[in-house]
Design a protein around this ligand. Structure first.
Ligand code: LLP
Length: 427
């Protein structure tokens, strides 16, 4: 079985796969493999789909804060910054990337359960928009750091709305048992505590219920619970200026049918207005839905290895390049970049060279390929490169951005010496 999602920016004609106007096999030859290839058009179109809903009657009613953990290459950040994005960061490293990519720190929100003092200080000095705070100890630490710097930290509390996002347990974050956010019943007392903090200023409220969510109802449930809190806060004299609804909208990897981006964003924004909260500034934090289907991973077939119960197609990409199958049993469609009618048709497990049985990229895939052929692993733009590692002392893949007939190298392949350049022999 090999189900291929319909893609923007990548297409197949007469057995040949293209990224915009360039053959994928030409890119593989020019840049080597494994290489991530992104389509500028697909990135731009996905962003525009959100932007369309973010404007109404000449007014901006929402802004996308790209959750850059999905793909943090500075060329991609720079593209989104130029299109008007803010950013959702989860580390000091991500803040440095935003700055390197010429993003505006004033449009940065800082999420995550374990912010260090250093990271807080750097973010305060950079003048970020808001800290999404997840606990009282974090609030206390932030207040102290801000006091030391003689600054005020703009804060939002991340609410755990206790709704089931109906997604993979590893990427579900809005349920009671998750480490994320402040338990629903504790939110009001935590805001009251925040109000007492001399160097924190309450500006917002946020939630994020999970990732790869393909239904809209969990969002509406979470939204209603958060809107209720905003009402209750108002009666306590706490005014909320912005509501951050988080990210999480799913994409099509096989046959999933997530809502269309613009329709999804419009539904949520219209719902907020209908409930009487049209005055709030709204933030979205999408990651996957902006970049997931805008990237593929190119790899080359090394060997075909028939087995007693399985045939293996051994390729030069591995779990260190794309972790999602090993980690979540995630499905990514795999296609031959050029059809090869002379090759035998067979069913393969597509695996990498790493010494782990978990090192697989696709299972039971019908392929007609020979050693040396190039394959493309589709829908790999989100949580592909960013989750990659150097396991087995493998350099991380190159990254390329295609625009029309042009291809730009946006990250060089890591050289072997660079992999241990920071290590030292003990004298
Ligand atoms: N906001 C916050 C606070 C988040 O934690 C995340 C993702 C997002 C936004 C963006 O979610 P998205 O729109 O991309 O679904 N590695 C996993 C996904 C982990 C998601 C972590 N948080 C995967 O490969 O499926």
């Amino acid at each position: 079985m090999n189900i291929t999602p319909s893609l923007n920016g990548f297409s197949q004609q007469d057995g040949v796969w293209y990224a915009e106007g360039i053959r994928l096999s030409d890119l593989a030859q020019r840049f080597g493999t494994p290489t991530y290839v992104y389509s500028k058009k697909a990135l731009t179109d996905a962003f525009s789909a959100y932007e369309k809903a973010c404007h109404k009657n000449g007014r901006r009613r929402a802004r996308v804060h790209y959750a850059m953990k999905a793909n943090s290459n500075i060329a991609i950040l720079n593209l989104f910054a130029q299109l008007g994005a803010g950013f959702d960061i989860v580390s000091g490293g991500e803040l440095a990337r935003v700055i390197a990519a010429k993003g505006n720190p004033a449009h940065v929100v800082f999420s995550g359960v374990g912010k260090t003092e250093h990271e807080m200080a750097d973010a305060l000095n950079a003048g970020i928009k808001c800290f999404n705070v997840e606990s009282i100890p974090e609030l206390t630490r932030l207040n102290e750091v801000a006091k030391r710097l003689n600054k005020k930290a703009a804060i939002s509390l991340r609410v755990n709305p206790d709704v089931d996002a109906k997604t993979h347990p590893y990427i579900s974050t809005g349920l009671k048992g998750n480490k994320f956010g402040i338990a629903y019943d504790d939110v009001l007392p935590t805001y009251l505590a925040a109000k007492q903090m001399t160097h924190c200023e309450i500006v917002g409220i946020d939630c994020h219920i999970g990732s790869q969510i393909t239904e809209i109802n969990p969002y509406l449930d979470a939204l209603d619970r958060v809107l209720l809190l905003i009402e209750q806060l108002k009666s306590q004299g706490i005014t909320i200026q912005h509501l951050d609804i988080g990210g999480g909208l799913g994409i099509c990897y096989t046959d999933e049918t997530p809502p269309d981006i613009t329709a999804f964003a419009n539904t949520l924004l219209d719902h907020i207005e209908q409930e009487g909260f049209g005055h709030l500034e709204i933030l979205f934090e999408p990651g996957r839905s902006l970049v997931g289907n805008a990237g593929v991973l190119l790899t080359q077939v090394e060997f075909l290895k028939p087995g007693e119960t399985k045939n293996f197609c051994i390729v030069d990409a591995a779990m260190n390049d794309l972790m999602r199958p090993a980690m979540y049993e995630a499905y990514h469609a795999i296609v031959a970049c050029e059809s090869n009618p002379n090759a035998p048709q067979a069913t393969y497990d597509v695996v990498g060279p790493i010494c782990e049985s978990g090192d697989w990229l696709g299972r039971d895939r019908a392929l007609q390929v020979s050693p040396g052929d190039y394959l493309a692993i589709l829908s790999a733009g989100a949580y592909g490169f960013t989750m990659s590692s150097n396991y087995n002392t493998r350099g991380r893949a190159a990254e390329v951005m295609v625009s029309g007939q042009e291809a730009h190298l946006i990250r060089e392949r890591e050289s072997i010496p660079s992999l241990f350049a920071l290590e030292r022999l003990v004298p």
